[in-house]
Structure formats: structure tokens, C-alpha cells
Design a protein around this ligand. Structure first.
Ligand code: XMP
Length: 520
């Protein structure tokens, strides 16, 4: 289903490609709104005037397995410009009388394409070069050109690498212009949306800010709204947006689970209560959480206990505010997209994620989800537009269950304190050395193992600290960050020398998959 019926958009019909979200992000980076819909959920009647162009994504399917993918063919006869990418290029070709068959040479990775004729789609794409390096990922290919189509570019193995029917505004590319490995890939997308679809720019953080503030005001009216503030990026942006929209009608509840990073509660109070003057209800539930978690070491049990207790406490305090009608939540666009990527793991199945999802029904609240159209990078831009500090906006993600899942085994106050200090040293060193913003997420963990060490002339028998730092696009996959030996050694020395309780430090070099980012 199309979520926003009014705003002009480029509609991306998803056939399960791992790059579909990237296509949407590229378009939005160019200042144009785009939405993703599953090929199973869209029919030609839903293509209204707000759809100025359609992109058919890639996918793992085969155009001849017609039963496996449902697609309303009438969509291509709506008179809307279409760009097919990889599998989308093959469907578009087949629907127009072309043929697709298994390639003799599968193409995965880099390939050179050369120009056969001029086209609006490739304006400034080749620049002065004969060849452009593009990224291919396909086993099938178009083997017979569809009727009334021309070849715009070819590669050694794909004669029909770019094709067009310029009278109907149909374009097909065998490669992936949305990935950064394709040289000038963004130019193809830019040409399609501006020169072919002729859509106007309508998407910026500034526009969003005004529109979202108005939407919240219209939706909420004079009613009160509550919001669970964690200090993370999403809930901070939601809170500040609502603060701008409805001021004192917003009540933020901040539950300190005792499992937060060092000084986090102080920062949240300073920013939201003192600086931004919000109605902030601070709940120190540290003791309650530690009591409930006593002797619990099973990861899923920990997560469930923390999630349930959080909701219970939140509800307890929320009830004290009379006549609340709405709950504000930081749901993001990737949470709403119906067809998830095929290769991206569904993390919520592997671990039970901590959220306040059960609350609205239980408390009979309506939801306000102002970020539900935005990707994470857009939320960050919006946050800056709302005058939140860079320190909040550029913060690494932090899981709801907090330090509990960075401490395999049982949880004690002593261990939490040791871990807070180690994490603080690590993160501060990253910031002091200009590395924090190059890393997607970093943290220290405390392993439930003691090992023998020697300090001065004394034997020590203390905990093992694990450091994790990863690069990632969206947290679905991740690689470890390659620190210089001298840097990681410096951190290890600092931690072991200044924290009683840790005498050994290890660095986690596994990627995701097979590991996950958090330990539990
Ligand atoms: P994993 O460990 O599943 O983590 O590879 C992927 C990303 O999700 C974060 N994470 C959570 N975030 N509630 C959250 O809000 C949770 O329960 C939760 N568990 C993991 C994790 O920090 C990483 O960024």
C-alpha cells in the first residue's frame, strides 16, 4: 500500500533485492520523496497522480517462475515512466515482447559497459570516457530485445546492459546504479527522476520539519502525549519534534534502568529538562532492575525481564498524568516496509527486541509516529534541523536492554560499575582520536571469565574485557573496524591500568553474520 497518497513520489516496486532500500535512499538524497511497496501488494488502480515514476527493483527470482512472483502487469500501461533494474529490467523486457534466458557467463561484481547511442538516461554518465565500471549481479539476462526498444549500452557479456523505449519512457539497466561500486551510478538515478520523470524536488530536512510539526499539531490537537525518552537518537528526535509542535502538552518519561552508559542519565536530564525545558519525568529504577535480574544469565530471559519491567514502570508513571490520549514512538521507515530484504536477517527473530510496543493497546492510547517515513540518516538530519546537539545526533546506537546484554552471565552492581568505566575509556578515546564518527557502533563488554595476570609483583585474577567496534550501513551486516595496533594497545593499557577488576582486554574481529553486533 502507498502510505502517502498526496506527496509526489518515485515508487519503488520491490521484488526482494537486498538493495531496494538503497534505491529509495539515493532518490531521497537527491531531494525527492520515494516509497517502497512490495510487488505482491500493489495494483494498477493504486498508481495515482502522485506517482511520477516507477522503479522495478532487482530480486532473486526468475522471470519464468511467474507463479512465484505476483505482479500486476497493467501497471506498465499506466503511462508512468519506468526504470527496471536487474530483475526489474528483465521483467520490463519480457512484458514488452523481449526474451530472458540464463546467461552463459554469470556476471557478479565489476563489469565495463560501453556506449551504443545517446540517451537522456546516460547524460553525463560516460563523461569523456569510453567505458564505465558498473556493478553487476545476475545469472539471467535479456537475450532478445523487446519491441520498439533500442540498445543504449552493452558490456562484454550483456549486450542489452542499458535499453530504452524513449517514446514510452521505459528504461532498463542490467546493473545496479544504486550501489556505490557503480561509477556515476547516482547520475543514472538523477537523470531518470529529473529528466525523464520530471519530478520536482520536494524532500529536505527543512521541509520535513515544518510538515511534521504541522501534522503532529493537527493530529494531537489539545490532547496530552507521552513519550518514552531513552536519550538515543530516535526518541530524542521524536521528543524534540513534539516539543516544538506541542510544548508542555508533551510528557517525557525517562526510566533509568541502571544499565545505561556512564553519566547518560545526567546528560539526558541536562539536555531535555534543563536546556530544552521539557516536562521530563525522571524515574530512577536502578534497584528494581538489578533485583529482578539477580542470578539471571539466560540472554532471552534477561531481555524479557527488562522489557516487561520497563513497560510496567513506564505505565505506572504514565498513569499519574491525567487524560493522556497519545503515545509518541520513534518507529522508522525500515520497520514499516512490508517486504524485508531477502539476505538481511530479521534480527527480532534472533533476539527479542526491547520496545514499548505492547503499551498503546493496554493503555488505550493512540500512536503518534512522526518518523515513520524516514530512514535513520534522515532522522539525524532532521534532528540537526531541530537544533539538537551533534553529540546526541551522532551517537552510536544503544540497545534497549543496555549493558545487561554486554555482560554475559549474571548481573551485579559491581560488574555494571566496572563495565561502565571500561566503556567510558574506550568511547572517550575514540572521540579524542577522531575515530568515533568513522565507526557505526562501538562498546566494551565484560565477559564472565576471570584470568590470571601479573601487576607489579602481584598476581591478579580478574575479568576479561571485550571491545567491539564495527562499520555498517544499517546494522543488518557489519565488519570489524581495523584499528592501528598502537591505538588498540593504548586502550588496553588504559583499561587495565585504571580499572580494578579487569586485567585482560580482547578485540572482537568477527563480522555479522556469523556473529551479531551485541553479545546477547
Ligand atoms: P544485533 O546484536 O542484533 O544488533 O546484531 C543490531 C543492532 O540492534 C541493536 N539492538 C537493539 N536495539 N533494542 C534496540 O533498540 C534491542 O533490544 C536491541 N538489541 C540489539 C544493536 O545495538 C545493534 O545496533
Amino acid at each position: 500500500m502507498i502510505l502517502d497518497q498526496n506527496l509526489d513520489k518515485i515508487l519503488i516496486i520491490d521484488f526482494g533485492s537486498q538493495f531496494t532500500q538503497l534505491i529509495a535512499r539515493r532518490i531521497r538524497e537527491l531531494g525527492v520523496f520515494s516509497e517502497i511497496v512490495s510487488h505482491k501488494k500493489i495494483n494498477f488502480k493504486q498508481i495515482n497522480n502522485s506517482v511520477k515514476g516507477i522503479i522495478l527493483s532487482g530480486g532473486p527470482l526468475n522471470v519464468y517462475e511467474i507463479n512465484k512472483y505476483s505482479f500486476d502487469n497493467k501497471i506498465v500501461n499506466k503511462g508512468v515512466p519506468i526504470l527496471g533494474i536487474c530483475f526489474g529490467h528483465q521483467i520490463l523486457s519480457k512484458l514488452n515482447g523481449g526474451k530472458v534466458k540464463q546467461s552463459r557467463h554469470r556476471e557478479f561484481g565489476s563489469a565495463y559497459i560501453y556506449k551504443k547511442r545517446e540517451s537522456l538516461l546516460i547524460k553525463n554518465f560516460f563523461k569523456n570516457k569510453k567505458f564505465v565500471d558498473v556493478w553487476m549481479s545476475h545469472a539471467d539476462q535479456v537475450s532478445k530485445l523487446p519491441k520498439n526498444f533500442d540498445v543504449v549500452a552493452s558490456s562484454e557479456n550483456s549486450k542489452f546492459a542499458i535499453i530504452e523505449n524513449r517514446f514510452r519512457n521505459f528504461y532498463g539497466v542490467q546493473f545496479h546504479p544504486e550501489v556505490t561500486h557503480t561509477e556515476n551510478g547516482k547520475i543514472i538515478i538523477k537523470n531518470f527522476i529529473f529528466l525523464i520523470c520530471r519530478i520536482k524536488k520536494n524532500w529536505s530536512a527543512k521541509n520535513q520539519k515544518i510538515k511534521l510539526i504541522n501534522n503532529v499539531r493537527n493530529k494531537v490537537g489539545d490532547n496530552k502525549v507521552i513519550c518514552a525518552l531513552s536519550g538515543g537518537v530516535d526518541s530524542s528526535v521524536v521528543a524534540q519534534l513534539l516539543n516544538k509542535a506541542i510544548g508542555k502538552k508533551l510528557y517525557c518519561i525517562f526510566v533509568n534502568t541502571g544499565l545505561l552508559r556512564k553519566n547518560e542519565e545526567k546528560q539526558v536530564i541536562k539536555t531535555f529538562k534543563k536546556k530544552l525545558k521539557m516536562n521530563l519525568i525522571y524515574v530512577n529504577a536502578e534497584k528494581e532492575f538489578i533485583k529482578k535480574l539477580k542470578n539471571v544469565s539466560d540472554p532471552e530471559k534477561k531481555r524479557k525481564i527488562i522489557g516487561n519491567l520497563f513497560i510496567k514502570i513506564f505505565e505506572r508513571y504514565a498513569k499519574r498524568i491525567k487524560n493522556v490520549k497519545f503515545l509518541a514512538q520513534g518507529t522508522l521507515y525500515p520497520d514499516l516496509i512490508e517486504s524485508k530484504s531477502v539476505t538481511g536477517s530479521n534480527t527480532s527473530k534472533i533476539k527479542s527486541h526491547h520496545n514499548v510496543g505492547g503499551l498503546p493497546k493496554k493503555m488505550k492510547l493512540k500512536l503518534v509516529e512522526p518518523l515513520k517515513f524516514l530512514f535513520k540518516d534522515e532522522v539525524r538530519k532532521l534532528g540537526l534541523e531541530l537544533n539538537l546537539s551533534k553529540e546526541i545526533i551522532q551517537r552510536h546506537p544503544f540497545p534497549g536492554p543496555g549493558l545487561a546484554i554486554r555482560m554475559p552471565g549474571n548481573i551485579t552492581k559491581e560488574k555494571i560499575n566496572i563495565l561502565k568505566e571500561a566503556d567510558f575509556i574506550f568511547i572517550k578515546s575514540l572521540k579524542d582520536n577522531g575515530l568515533y564518527n568513522k565507526i557505526w557502533q562501538a562498546y566494551a563488554a565484560l565477559l564472565p571469565v576471570k584470568t590470571v595476570g601479573v601487576m607489579g609483583d602481584n598476581r591478579t585474577y580478574e575479568y576479561l574485557c571485550l571491545l567491539r567496534a564495527i562499520t555498517s550501513e544499517d546494522g543488518m551486516t557489519a565488519d570489524f573496524y581495523d584499528f592501528k595496533k598502537s591505538f588498540i594497545q593504548m586502550i588496553s593499557n588504559k583499561i587495565v591500568n585504571s580499572i580494578r577488576g579487569i586485567n585482560r582486554v580482547v578485540y572482537d574481529i568477527t563480522s555479522k553474520p556469523p556473529s551479531t553486533i551485541e553479545l546477547e
